[in-house]
Design a protein around this ligand. Sequence first.
Ligand code: HEM
Length: 198
Amino acid sequence: MKTLDLVSQANSLSKRLKTETAAQHAALDAAIMAGRPFASLDLYGRFLDVQRAFHRDVDALYGDPELIRLVPGLPALRRLPLIVRDLADLGLPPREEADAPAFAHGETHDLAEALGWLYVAEGSNLGAAFLLKQAAKLGLSESFGARHLAPAADGRGLSWRSFAAALDAAPLDASAARAASGAQAAFARIRSRVAKAF
Ligand code: HEM
């Protein structure tokens, strides 16, 4: 790899989002694990509810034509239907939501902000390998109760690298700061839901 490529990778949007949300990610991991979501099915159900609310927030983005143009294969990465099936596996009814999702279906979205939220949703699948192993202790698997923690069809690593490459190729320039605030808003929203759930 040429030095110039390495420099541009280090300054890439995906790396910037990782750096600018690292503290939030660490705090969120700690808050979730403090809730002991894999200690019982009841606690896991609360974690699933947090996941459902977050993926409901971003669900509209996976069908947004502008975002699909930037991130080929985006619709196949949608995880809300898997979470709904996980809830059904465990006999948990999907809860009615009081607030509106962060992004509404059929509307045009700020692409930079939306990419920041998608970074959080897609990155979380990278860390989900660890969570899936924990869920197995409760008898859950990628075909029962923990479907949404399964890797994407082409594998976690490859799926993530393709997504990160699409992020890095997005022509954002001056609006990269809005992507960072989108990613930070996504982490903040999940964190507040975790605080209420456990
Ligand atoms: C809904 C909750 C969570 C969200 C939204 C989330 C989000 C993310 C994001 C965005 C990344 C990608 C970072 C990057 O490389 O740019 C990531 C990676 C990772 N997360 Fe999480 N995360 C969550 C929960 C957790 C929990 C509870 C753990 C474990 C205690 C965890 C462990 C990890 C690990 C180990 C990685 C790195 C995986 C790798 O590089 O192979 N995450 N997560």
